[in-house]
Each structure stands twice: as structure tokens, then as C-alpha cells.
Design a protein around this ligand. Structure first.
Ligand SMILES: *[C@@H]1O[C@H](CO)[C@@H](O)[C@H](O)[C@H]1NC(C)=O
Length: 342
């Protein structure tokens, strides 16, 4: 009995000793790791949020200024569905302002833009954003700093969403957008309406802009009268899909611009944003982030979440289903025709 007891104590002492050694080794290693990380390129998300807002607003100014001049509308060709894909000097001016002001402020961060630099060498002549110099937004000011590795960050920018409507003078549809994704997950979304001089933003789990007014959601089991917003180009086809999927009591509203449509979901003007053809990630990333903040959801029509890392494809081929609530309910109504359609 006694023998066994002392053996047990020895065993216990051994385990303690091992545990202690393990702790010492672990401490040493983690210490080494954190000093290594300090040397790596980090970006402060709070600064990135403030810069993203500033970039969207700088772009928006170019978009509004563009209306002072001839628009110089060119075509980037036709989309797969045959809609014209126009581009104007304002798209490029806004791209230059947004892309280079972000790139100069955060050189280590990947920025993906809808447009690329025009041949104009002045495009790159943009001032870096002096975050300390920006007007103080108390909602952001009192948030904690949060640093992440620059290499994990992708910034998606849309210098002018709804160019077609812009050329038609339908200014309320027009937005500029910035989205910050970390390891492919959208974390910060900024949607700026230059003609309404409004900027909407959200930073997941932290804060959203005070101009986003959340309407309490009805807790219906099965929404029977969904208000669906769809693209203005080829609205007819999508309207057919929507009424077939969600029933004859759904109302379908065509609208321009992905940014505009998501804002309509957020302020409870619409229940569903349905897009049945291919769409680019700079069109949807910012909206995806803001929707996530308010517990909405955006997926492909097949229900897949969207990867926003910079080495992913720019295009989402399987359409978009975005909702404020009841995502699963709407998703189950999606027709099977999507599979193998592309
Ligand atoms: C809600 O958003 C839609 C689409 O962006 C807009 O047309 C409408 O004016 C907004 N309504 C309110 C009350 O903000």
C-alpha cells in the first residue's frame, strides 16, 4: 500500500515537472513568435475603416464633378446577357482617386478595383490619406485599434456603381464602394451615395454608421408577400424567376446598382435582392459586409458564401441571393435551373 502510494506521488511529481517544462518551452516560443509578428507588415483596421470612408468620398467627388463635363461614354463591350457595359471618364477619375489614395496609404495591402489605370500618368498623383487629419467620427473614435497582417487583407473598390444609370441621369442609383476582406471574409463595408452625400458603413461586430436606421423585422414563419429588387437590365427575366420562386404575391422592383439594392434591403424597402446572372465581387462585397453586420445574409443562388480573397475569381457565376432575414426560406425556393446553366 505504502509502496503504491509513493509511486503515485512520484508519477505525480513527474507529470508536474513535464508540465512545467512544457510551459517554459511554450512561453519561450510564443515570445519569439510575437516579436516576429511585430516585424511583419500590419494594418490597423480602425485606420483602414476611416481611410475607406475617405476613399469612397474622394471617388464620389470625382463622380459628381464628372457631371460638369461631357461624359465621354465608351463601352467595355457587352455582358454575357447582352446588356451594354459602359464606362465614362468619371469611372476612371474615381478609380484613380480611390485606388491610389488607398494604395499610397497602405502599400502592403492588396487593392482590387473594377477599373484599371487609364493611360493618364496623372492617375497616380493622389495624396495619401492622413487618417489623423480626418474629421473625427465619435462612433469610430472610441473603438479599439485592431491590427491584422496586411497580407491577409484584400480591399475591393467599385469607383462608380451603376454607370449605365449615371449616364442616364438616374443619380440616386449611383454609389462608390469600398470593402475590406480578411482572409476572404468581408469585415468592413462602405457604400457612399455621392449625389445624396451619404456614406453608410459597418465594421463587423464593432459598429455601423448612425445613418443606418434598422427597422425591426417581422417574425413571420413564411413571408408571403416578398418585395424583391432586381437589376434594371433584363428585369423581365429575373421578374419571372422571382414570381415563379416566391409566388404571385411577390412584388418585383427593378433598380440600378448593387450598392443601391443592398441599401434598400438594409432599410427594409425590400426583402430580397435577387440577381440571376454573373456578378463581380466589387459590386457586392461592401453590401455583403454591411448585411452581415445586421445579421442579413448574401450567398450565391446555390447558397454558397462568397470568398473575397484577392487570389479568388473576380466573378461570381451562380447569381446572388441577399436577404435581411429568412435566408434559408428564400434559398429553398430557388429553382434548380441554376445548376449547369453556365
Ligand atoms: C431606402 O433605400 C432605398 C434604396 O437605396 C432608397 O431608395 C430609399 O429612399 C431608402 N429609404 C429610406 C427611408 O431611407
Amino acid at each position: 500500500m505504502n509502496m503504491g502510494g509513493s509511486l503515485r506521488i512520484n508519477k505525480f511529481a513527474c507529470i508536474c515537472l513535464f508540465f512545467l517544462m512544457f510551459l517554459i518551452i511554450y512561453w519561450k516560443n510564443s515570445g519569439a513568435q510575437s516579436t516576429e509578428i511585430d516585424k511583419l507588415d500590419m494594418v490597423n483596421l480602425k485606420e483602414l475603416l476611416r481611410a475607406a470612408i475617405q476613399a469612397a468620398e474622394r471617388g464620389g467627388k470625382k463622380v459628381v464633378d464628372g457631371k460638369q463635363h461631357a461624359l465621354n461614354i465608351k463601352s467595355k463591350g457587352k455582358t454575357k446577357e447582352g446588356a451594354n457595359d459602359p464606362v465614362t471618364d468619371a469611372d476612371y477619375a474615381s478609380h484613380c482617386a480611390m485606388y491610389y489614395s488607398l494604395k499610397k496609404t497602405f502599400p502592403g495591402v492588396a487593392v482590387v478595383s473594377e477599373e484599371h489605370s487609364s493611360d493618364d500618368p496623372a492617375c497616380e498623383n493622389q495624396e495619401a490619406i492622413d487618417v489623423e487629419d480626418l474629421p473625427r467620427d465619435p462612433l469610430i473614435h472610441y473603438l479599439y485599434d485592431e491590427k491584422v497582417l496586411s497580407k491577409d487583407v484584400t480591399v475591393w473598390i467599385d469607383p462608380l456603381d451603376a454607370t449605365q444609370e449615371y449616364t442616364e441621369g438616374l443619380h440616386n442609383y449611383v454609389t462608390t464602394m469600398v470593402c475590406v476582406a480578411i482572409k476572404g471574409v468581408p469585415i468592413i463595408g462602405v457604400i457612399h451615395q455621392p449625389f445624396a452625400a451619404q456614406t453608410y458603413w459597418a465594421w463587423i461586430t464593432k459598429e455601423m454608421s448612425s445613418n443606418i436606421h434598422l427597422v425591426p423585422m417581422m417574425d413571420e414563419l413564411e413571408p408571403t408577400h416578398p418585395r424583391v429588387v432586381v437589376s434594371r437590365s433584363h428585369a423581365g427575366d429575373v421578374a419571372n424567376v422571382a414570381t415563379k420562386a416566391f409566388g404571385p404575391d411577390s412584388t418585383v422592383t427593378p433598380a440600378g446598382g448593387a450598392g443601391y439594392k443592398v441599401m434598400g434591403l438594409i432599410n427594409n424597402t425590400f426583402d430580397v435582392y435577387l440577381h440571376v446572372t454573373a456578378i463581380k465581387k466589387w459590386d457586392i462585397c461592401a453590401g455583403d459586409a454591411i448585411l452581415r453586420y445586421i445579421s442579413g445574409k448574401m450567398t450565391t443562388m446555390k447558397g454558397e458564401t462568397i470568398d473575397y480573397s484577392h487570389n479568388s475569381a473576380f466573378k461570381v457565376s451562380d447569381g446572388i441571393l441577399a436577404t435581411r432575414s429568412h435566408h434559408k426560406f428564400y434559398l429553398q425556393k430557388m429553382p434548380e435551373f441554376m445548376s449547369g446553366d453556365h
